[in-house]
Design a protein around this ligand. Structure first.
Ligand SMILES: C[S@@+](CC[C@H](N)C(=O)[O-])C[C@H]1O[C@@H](n2cnc3c(N)ncnc32)[C@H](O)[C@@H]1O
Length: 669
């Protein structure tokens, strides 16, 4: 059934149907002749009709001849060499490799098995001509027989410098042969035989890597992409084409079925297709599009776009930002003590994510941590010194950990020596302002800016069962709620937050609580898509109004959840029933980084747009200074009290409606 529906459409029929609308029809001519019937014999009539039909056909063909060439025509004919690919009609290399026999048929193989191969190269020429900077180099990593360089060189009016590399000696020989002519036209052509990982990339304005990254071991891909990024000058572009896999297994099956049919239509037999597929197993390991995009952004590319997509083949272009980073972000200082608290390999995730997903996640979390939220040099040095002091304190599992009282208690003063206690007090003082609590750490009672215990108390009656569940606290701050969740005996709680201060506080707690069920991932909210289908319960507390794409964030959260799981949202907003959101010009209640403040109605709408169901609003009250205020341990210049209009507490100092808090419980279907 399926195969029959795939029969190619007879193209000429479609064209006739289209063009019949454009040209004189034989039918009106026939009617005119019929009206003249009384003056003619029937023989003359038949001849007349045939002539008219013939004339109309002539008109049709004449017209259709004027239409342009077929759309798939590219501007340059590619210079293919070698023989027809029948390698796997017999027994080709298994596992697959680019050996001499394969190289002999490679041009035919690649052009018949890669969909849109010629169109992609045609498109590549546009990108090269737009972004290549004379005097710099163009690289082709995995250049094979040099077809791409050959056409680039032909398209260039002036000489250019082409650097290719391939680790198949037979490919390199073929490539050098194909490009001999280019050297005689004053192009500089360097074709290296070797591994991409060993190639020095420098002074590049354009790097091509078509259908090659997929052959590089996953563990080395970050290094390759990072090398490309570093070797590109500012504003340079990488052009990467790959076979990709779908993140949805059903679609992956569909894509494979479509692709195999495509190959049959290109003249490959079922046996050939099956044998080659078998040989490529574990040799060609495709990323998903998300993984490739993630890997590109992880090494620093800022504009990452898909330029071509056909089923399970995608071409990405990505650019190294031409804008030099100025100010805070440019500063890089060594922070070895701080870095020693970063867990570089989150092995606990291997129980939940497949190896490829984990690989990409590791790259992304490393990138986020390396950036350290763009902290200034002085801030970084401060944290570095606090980390140094902390590492001088012993690490042990305290017997005094209490998670079921308002104040999260970790450590008893008797567990530290006097000197150690003094050192801890000094750390605690330097860590001001403390935001989420209350806390009691080794007897130091830390009254934090936020009474997070009040929020926890409101949520408890509405929590789904947390016992043995895998939970995420997105925007976890210092992890106060994560510890409170422990009293419900969860299996795992992953906190996600890109704030160095909060991360540091969590590291302090964990140095003495040492509870393996709690994990902190130093990442941003968009990382949720990397935890596909992992969480039974997600908390998203006080986060949505800090993103300029709240619905996008909710969708990402949805992706991370299991079927039937629960989301608990707490969001700052404005009172009223209208389906609106406030968008402050700059600051809201003295806070920067606040975007949309929804009414409860709008918050519900966001949730349902993100596919959530069974929404229940279980708390809706104005925020009070009982819950958020300046304290000795949080000597911030402004808290809620200082951010409301002194003459009208229903307004913020900027004149906006005063903050309201909404809590909602929702289900993923
Ligand atoms: C599918 S072919 C690429 C085709 C070519 N880029 C094109 O668009 O026609 C992959 C090429 O990458 C080369 N290759 C694979 N891994 C490599 C590595 N680590 N270093 C250098 N070349 C590699 C292979 O020898 C092969 O020629």
């Amino acid at each position: 059934m399926q195969a029959a529906s795939l029969k190619p459409q007879p193209v000429h029929q479609i064209q006739i149907w289209v063009r019949n609308k454009l040209i004189p029809q034989p039918l009106p001519l026939f009617l005119i002749l019929m009206s003249l019937q009384q003056y003619t014999s029937s023989a003359v009539l038949v001849i007349g009709c045939l002539t008219a039909a013939y004339a109309a056909t002539k008109v049709y063909f004449k017209k259709s001849d004027k239409l342009g060439p077929p759309l798939s025509d590219t501007r340059f004919k590619l210079n293919y060499v070698g023989h027809v690919d029948r390698i796997y009609d017999k027994f080709g290399p298994k596992p697959f490799e680019f050996n001499r026999d394969v190289v002999k048929v490679f041009d035919d193989m690649v052009s018949r098995s890669v969909p849109l191969y010629e169109e992609v190269i045609d498109l590549l020429l546009y990108w090269v001509h737009r972004y290549y900077v004379p005097g710099t180099k163009i690289y082709d990593l995995g250049c094979s027989t040099g077809t791409t360089f050959d056409v680039i060189a032909r398209s260039m009016e002036d000489s250019c410098h082409l650097v290719g590399i391939d680790n198949s000696i037979a490919m390199v020989e073929e490539c050098r042969k194909k490009l001999e002519w280019a050297e005689s036209k004053n192009h500089i052509v360097d074709i290296h035989s070797g591994d991409i990982l060993d190639l020095a990339i420098d002074n590049a304005s354009f790097v091509i890597m078509n259908y090659t990254l997929q052959f590089i071991p996953v563990a080395s891909r970050h290094q390759v992409l990072s090398k490309i990024f570093k070797g590109l000058q500012d504003g340079g572009v990488v052009f990467i084409s790959e076979k990709v896999r779908s993140s949805n297994s059903e679609f992956q099956e569909a894509c494979t079925w479509i692709y195999e049919d495509f190959k049959e239509r290109r003249g490959y037999t079922k046996t050939y297709i099956a044998r080659k597929k078998d040989a490529l197993m574990n040799v060609l390991v495709p990323f998903t599009e998300e993984e490739l995009r993630g890997a590109l952004t992880a090494v620093g590319f800022e504009n990452v776009e898909i330029a071509v997509k056909w089923n399970n083949f995608s071409t990405f272009v990505a650019r190294k930002s031409g804008q030099r980073r100025v100010g805070k972000k440019e500063v890089q200082v060594a922070t070895p003590h701080l870095d020693s608290f970063f867990e570089s390999c989150p092995t606990y995730l291997s129980d939940y994510l497949d190896p490829l997903q984990l690989q990409v996640l590791c790259l992304e979390r490393l990138r986020c941590f390396t950036n350290k939220s763009g902290l200034s040099q002085s801030n970084l040095l401060d944290f570095e010194d606090i980390a140094r002091c902390l590492s001088e304190l012993p690490s042990f599992k305290s017997k005094a950990v209490k998670v079921d009282e308002a104040a999260l208690t970790i450590g008893d003063p008797s567990e530290l020596t006097i000197d150690q206690h003094a050192a801890w007090l000094s750390i605690a003082t330097r860590m001001k302002p403390w935001k989420k609590g209350p806390l009691n750490v080794f007897g130091v009672e830390i009254d934090t800016e936020w009474r997070s215990d009040l929020k926890w108390g409101r949520m408890v009656p509405y929590l789904p069962p947390l016992k043995d569940k895998v939970i995420c606290d997105l925007g976890c701050g210092n992890g106060y709620f994560m510890y409170r969740m422990l009293s419900h005996d969860p299996k795992l709680v992953v906190g996600i937050d890109p704030n160095v201060h909060a991360w540091m506080e969590f590291k302090i707690f964990q140095r003495f609580a040492q509870d393996d069920r709690l994990r902190f991932e130093f990442m941003r909210g968009d990382a949720m898509t990397m935890f596909t289908g992992m969480f039974d319960v997600v908390f998203c507390l006080g986060v949505l109004y800090h993103t300029n794409d709240p619905v996008g964030m909710l969708r990402d959260i949805y992706t991370s959840m299991t079927k039937g799981s629960t989301l608990i949202v707490d969001c700052q907003g404005i009172p009223g029933d209208e389906a609106i959101a406030l968008f402050p010009k700059k600051k809201y209640a003295n806070m920067k980084g606040v975007y949309f403040l929804p009414t409860a109605t709008t918050l519900m709408h966001w949730l349902s747009r993100a596919q959530f169901q069974q929404m229940e609003l279980f708390f809706s009250e104005p925020l009070t200074s009982e819950e958020q205020r300046i304290t000795k341990w949080a000597p911030v210049t402004t808290s809620l009290g200082e951010s409301l209009d002194p003459n009208d507490a229903t307004k913020t100092v900027e004149g906006y409606p005063a903050p309201h808090r909404f809590y909602i419980r929702a289900k993923r279907g």
